[in-house]
Design a protein around this ligand. Structure first.
Ligand code: GRF
Length: 207
């Protein structure tokens, strides 16, 4: 009886899920805010396309189901799409968060959660986005161009890479002394304080 009460309680909290490819520090920021109660949503599962992604370890340490899902495990891009849709449906996921996910989101997933998939990008889109603009490449390009401002963008994921409607941005000043690494670290800290706020806002729309 007690177990039933607990599970119905947890299913009353809206569920989000996270796709990652690497370290998962943004995932960690979400898990921490969910654990503290500041983010009233539970992370239903984490998927990485890379078996060795540290993000999967972070999920397991937080007691969140962690899955390696890739063309290698599912056989094809369509297989990846089917598996993700299955996970979305099984856990009643209402919001999918891309936090450092380095793959294109399959069409089947875009159709399953229209307007409910977000990505975080470490610059002020539409500048410094698109093909090749990931990780340190973004911060190198910002410095090479002499931009004085960069930042963080959270946007809806659509079929066009980095081009979906912008939901939230935060500005970060570029310092004359910045290296790609120092700038990237400062932007990442702002990412950690931004993503959970947007996830909270989007999940509140479900309530
Ligand atoms: C972040 O900079 C994010 O904006 C970008 O990929 C990076 C992921 O970092 N999409 P982490 O895995 O969350 O540490």
């Amino acid at each position: 009886m007690h177990i039933c009460a607990m599970s119905s309680n947890s299913s009353a909290v809206p569920a989000y899920a996270v796709l990652c490819s690497g370290g998962g520090s943004n995932l960690q920021a979400l898990l921490d805010r969910s654990a503290s109660g500041e983010l009233p949503g539970r992370c239903a599962w984490v998927v990485a396309n890379n078996r060795d992604a540290f993000a999967l370890e972070r999920a397991r340490a937080a007691g969140v189901p962690a899955h390696h899902v890739s063309t290698r495990t599912e056989g094809s891009d369509d297989g990846v799409g089917r598996k993700l849709v299955e996970l979305i449906d099984q856990h009643n996921v209402r919001l999918l968060v891309l936090a450092g996910y380095m793959r294109v989101v399959p069409q089947a997933v875009l159709h399953r959660l229209p307007g409910r998939i977000v990505n975080i990008h470490p610059a002020l889109l539409p500048a410094f986005g698109g093909k090749g603009m990931y990780g340190h490449h973004v911060h190198e390009a910002v410095l090479a161009r002499g931009a004085q401002w960069t930042g963080v963008t959270i946007h809806l994921v659509t079929e066009s890479y980095d081009e979906g409607p912008i939901l939230r941005q935060r500005v970060v000043a570029v310092r004359p002394s910045d290296t790609p690494q120092s700038l990237g670290e400062r932007v990442l800290r702002v990412e950690h304080d931004t993503l959970w706020r947007e996830v909270r806002a989007l999940l509140a729309q479900e309530a």
